[in-house]
Design a protein around this ligand. Sequence first.
Ligand SMILES: [Zn+2]
Length: 64
Amino acid sequence: MVKVKCPTCKKVFEYKSSKWRPFCSERCKLIDLGHWVSENYSIPSEKKLTDEELDQAEKSKKDE
Ligand SMILES: [Zn+2]
């Protein structure tokens, strides 16, 4: 009998008893997949402004 800990809910379960291993249930597998996908997509969408861009943004505000 091999007991493992579910990476999502931290519940200890028997490895062979789950068909969604290493997760304890389908729900935990989907939750983990969801986390992975959202993390993966948040990186390229995060835009960092350079000092120059910030300067220009400030100037354009004053012109209005
Ligand atoms: Zn779980």
